[in-house]
Design a protein around this ligand. Structure first.
Ligand code: ZN
Length: 307
């Protein structure tokens, strides 16, 4: 295949940084993963080093990257290029786009990991040709991306915080300071914690899901509460946005129909007049954030990506 233009895409996570080059068809190559450094300056150094490494790797066989996209978790204001707050990185008001721009000779696009993941699913995955829709990422935390007119609505960085819709009033404490948030009920972390509280046994959320299928009563109770919480939060989203499609991604979505079938049922039984949405699994898995960073980089230089 002929060598083609590409961009560098970097997805900064709480524990690891994923990087790759992404071509104009949305295909990722030369993927690398490294543990996340501490501090915004250090992570910007890391992003620049990964960009150098990937540039060297692709230059051996084709043109150098033409732009760089980087995404992070937290409250991300794409407009100012700032991470307003990222609890799991310990950052507040980190000017991430400027920090990276200082270190590389490429146009830099900067965004939010889940909104970028939603964009990737919208262009390359389960949201292809869907028009406006909702992307929900259920992992260690829970967040969403409201996909409108082909981009993710940002609200100055505050939009899409579906994980902080209260689904169990007075329920478990959430990291945000409130009680009974969806994230304290249905995130992978919450599922593992709630199962451990009942049984004294610490296992991953996927194992709780497997034990629920096997009939473990504690696993069934924890899993059902998570599904009910998700259904309640999605009902709220439906009332506001009425999406006809909901794409469910993040680590917990790998449970597939074990999550989606009861979720569809619990959601349907809650609806009165609302349109029943299609609820489908995301297709890009944990690559979504990195691919989304690549799409943002392409868009920053005025190029569309066509699979
Ligand atoms: Zn919360």
């Amino acid at each position: 295949m002929a060598s083609a233009d590409c961009v560098v895409a970097v997805d900064v996570g709480g524990t690891s940084v994923k990087a790759a080059v992404v071509d104009a068809r949305g295909t990722a190559n030369a993927a690398v993963t490294v543990p996340t450094s501490r501090g915004a300056e250090q992570v910007a150094d890391q992003v620049a080093a990964l960009a150098d490494e990937l540039t060297d790797a692709v230059q051996a066989r084709g043109p150098a990257p033409v732009a760089l996209g980087v995404v992070t978790p937290g409250l991300v204001d794409e407009h100012s290029g700032t991470v307003l707050l990222a609890g799991n990185l310990g950052w507040r008001d980190a000017p991430m786009r400027a920090l990276v721009e200082k270190r590389v000779d490429l146009p830099v696009a900067f965004g939010h990991d889940v909104r970028a993941g939603g964009l990737a699913e919208a262009v390359l995955g389960a949201g292809r040709d869907a028009g406006d829709h909702l992307f929900l990422a259920i992992g260690t935390g829970i967040a969403g991306a409201v996909m409108l007119g082909g981009t993710a609505y940002s609200g100055g960085g505050y939009a899409g915080e579906i994980g902080h819709i209260v689904v169990e009033p007075g329920g478990d404490a959430c990291a945000c300071g409130a009680r009974g948030c969806l994230e304290a009920t249905a995130s992978a972390r919450a599922i593992a914690r709630r199962y451990a509280l009942r049984t004294g046994e610490r296992v991953a959320a996927a194992e709780v899901a497997a034990r629920a299928v096997a009939g473990d009563v504690h696993a069934v109770a924890v899993w059902d509460a998570a599904v009910i919480g998700l259904a309640e939060a999605l009902r709220v989203c439906l009332c506001v946005l009425a999406p006809e499609l909901i794409v469910v991604g993040g680590g917990l979505a790998t449970s597939g129909d074990q999550l989606l079938e009861p979720l569809r049922a619990r959601l349907a039984e809650r609806l009165t007049f609302q349109r029943v949405p299609h609820v489908v699994a995301a297709e890009l898995g944990e690559r979504a954030g990195c691919l989304g960073a690549g799409l943002l980089a392409w868009h920053a230089i005025g190029r569309e990506v066509r699979p």
